[in-house]
Write a protein that binds this ligand. Structure first.
Ligand SMILES: NC(=O)c1ccc[n+]([C@@H]2O[C@H](COP(=O)([O-])OP(=O)(O)OC[C@H]3O[C@@H](n4cnc5c(N)ncnc54)[C@H](OP(=O)(O)O)[C@@H]3O)[C@@H](O)[C@H]2O)c1
Length: 202
């Protein structure tokens, strides 16, 4: 698949490297592509990374994502799968959307995009290499079944097994995993490492 990743930071590069190894074609979208070198894959403008790919990943700071993606415009996102991995928090880890979620805001601003929230509840090394821990869970929220099937396949490329992918339902359910950042921050402090994750058992 051809995947445009918005952002060139730690998460963007980690996702890009792992999906590239799985055979996908990656393009990074940046506010300043000329300053970035190749990063192992082409770096274009944010608008081109959306226009030239059917799957777009939001790996920008969650507190800025709505403004950044809204700035690209709604039309270029029409029909695209928008995979949102961002956490919308202030520098002191307060929720930017305490009674909602970034994913819901993005879906409302980009109504023809198929937004799927996923992977924001784990550190980047865990999200892209789940087999480095005992079996844990990854969540997925979104209104479009086809988009969620696409994202399921992309998660499996990282090693997430069927039973580990928990479909929470529509995009409104994204506020649950987004608010997990509160316990994630506390756990990271308590455990002294970001290398942990949640496992759902019934
Ligand atoms: N770090 C983790 O383990 C982890 C885990 C789960 C989720 N997340 C989420 O993933 C997202 C990316 O995290 P990260 O650690 O990769 O962040 P990061 O290293 O700060 O990278 C974010 C990238 O977004 C781009 N960007 C676009 N608009 C921006 C703005 N207004 N201010 C700053 N950067 C902007 C920048 O790329 P250009 O300069 O090229 O535009 C920047 O390199 C965040 O929402 C974070 O909460 C992170």
């Amino acid at each position: 698949m051809q995947i445009g990743i918005l952002g060139t930071g730690n998460v963007a590069q980690t996702l890009g490297r792992r999906w590239s190894a799985a055979g996908h074609r990656i393009t990074f979208g940046s506010r300043d592509p000329a300053s970035k070198g190749t990063l192992g894959a082409p770096v274009t403008s944010l608008a081109a990374a959306v226009a030239e790919n059917d799957i777009v990943v939001n790996a920008t700071p969650g507190s800025a994502s709505l403004e950044v993606l809204d700035g690209i415009g709604a039309a270029p996102f029409a029909g695209k799968v928008l995979v949102d991995v961002a956490n919308a928090v202030t520098p002191s880890f307060e929720l930017v959307y305490p009674n909602s979620s970034l994913a819901e805001k993005l879906q409302a601003a980009l109504p023809e995009a198929k937004v799927v929230k996923t992977m924001n509840t784990a550190a980047m090394s865990v999200m892209t290499e789940p087999a480095t821990l005992p079996p844990t869970s990854v969540f997925m929220s979104g209104d479009d079944a086809g988009a969620k099937a696409t994202v399921t396949s992309l998660l499996k490329d990282f090693g997430w097994a069927d039973g580990s992918i928990v479909d929470l339902g529509g995009i409104r359910s994204a506020r649950g995993p987004e608010h997990c950042i509160l316990i994630f921050a506390a756990l990271m402090q308590s455990l002294g490492t970001p290398r942990f994750n949640i496992r759902i058992v019934t």
